[in-house]
Design a protein around this ligand. Structure first.
Ligand code: GDP
Ligand code: CA
Length: 317
């Protein structure tokens, strides 16, 4: 039998958790991951790609599980030295993490593309899955808030998601081209399934699906598409997804997420996975034209990740 091709769309933490499960249950060459880049930014002259790095660190087992970002066993000597220089330290860069950023900066300065550098990092970290930035071009989330429009990291890290959100804009979207290998996968017959990880719908998934109408291309392949709710029991497992749903006047539930996808990407999602805790919402999810898959979706352990990965793959058959 030919190797299946599964495409996962991932942001950082929620996406990386499910990608770890998928990598455990699939042959390495079967898993392709399209990663959000709209959180990327320049800092201290370095190109920082938080979501790509979170996926790299999780898939290679190097992540810090307590913090949810960065590397396990990190030290902070460079950051302390930067503080002595009165350099910006609001974005926490660990010493070991810096090696990734220096490697990337060096290769980008050599003229390598972000796709090439990402593939090199994945390979050197011993990752079998293929990991792609959704685009090579600059794409940057701007958060429209009551305090005006803020660059993503300004909103997320510096302002701790405090300002009230009114909407989002992705600067560079018109000029952004889909990463070529992803464009090749988004053709009829190339993919067996697509999995929209339980990532933040607004700032992780949208800036993937909107690049060159990726969502329409995926829908038109006819491959089944599963989306997993990042909201469990009316709360985000982590991060501002719940706060954003409320501020955008959507229900702060898995149903709110399903509604967002159904409205913006009609006909895309065939299966919507929601937690057993939210089983009562299944009928309303199905009214949106998606099959509801009620499964445990909170990925605390490695086994939880594998169970959810298998449930999604089986649910798409
Ligand atoms: P970020 O880029 O680091 O913010 O990460 P993502 O966008 O990939 O994921 C953030 C979302 O993941 C949040 O809305 C969380 O609620 C969700 N999330 C994190 N861990 C889990 C989990 O174990 N299960 C589910 N269902 N969602 C999760
Ligand atoms: Ca992110």
């Amino acid at each position: 039998m030919a190797t299946p091709a599964i495409l996962a769309l991932s942001g950082g933490v929620g996406g990386a958790r499910l990608c770890t499960g998928l990598a455990d249950v699939l042959p390495p060459e079967a898993l392709h991951i399209a990663c959000n880049v709209a959180d990327d930014f320049r800092h201290l002259g370095l190109t920082i790609c938080p979501d790509i790095d979170t996926v790299l660190y999780n898939l290679s087992g190097r992540n810090d599980p307590a913090q949810g970002w960065g590397l396990a066993g990190e030290s902070w000597q460079v950051l302390e030295a930067l503080a002595e220089l009165d350099a910006p330290t609001w974005f926490r860069l660990g010493d070991r993490d810096l090696a990734t950023h220096l490697f990337r900066a060096g290769r980008l300065a050599d003229g390598a593309s972000l796709s090439t550098v990402t593939a090199e990092l994945a390979e050197r970290l011993g990752i079998g899955a293929r990991l792609y930035p959704v685009t090579e071009q600059p794409l940057a989330t701007r958060v429209d808030t009551d305090d005006g429009e803020l660059p993503f990291q300004e909103y997320f890290v510096r302002r701790q998601c405090q300002p009230r959100v009114r909407g989002f804009r992705f600067a560079g979207l018109e000029a952004a081209r889909l990463q070529p290998q992803l464009a090749a996968l988004a053709r009829p017959g190339a993919l067996d399934a697509v999995i929209i990880c339980p990532s933040n719908p607004f700032v992780s998934v949208d800036p993937i699906l909107l690049v060159e109408d990726f969502w329409q291309r995926l829908r038109d392949t006819g491959a089944p598409v599963a989306a997993i709710s990042p909201i469990i029991g009316g709360r985000a497992v982590k991060g501002p997804a719940g706060k954003m749903l409320a501020e955008l006047n959507l229900p702060v539930t898995a149903l709110g997420v399903a509604q967002w996808y159904a409205t913006r990407y009609p006909g895309l999602v065939s299966v919507f996975a929601l937690d057993e805790e939210d089983a009562a919402l299944a009928a309303e999810v199905e009214n949106l034209g998606m099959r509801a898959l009620v499964v445990p979706t909170w990925m605390r352990s490695r086994e939880d990740k594998q169970v959810l990965a298998r449930a999604c793959l089986d649910g798409l058959r």
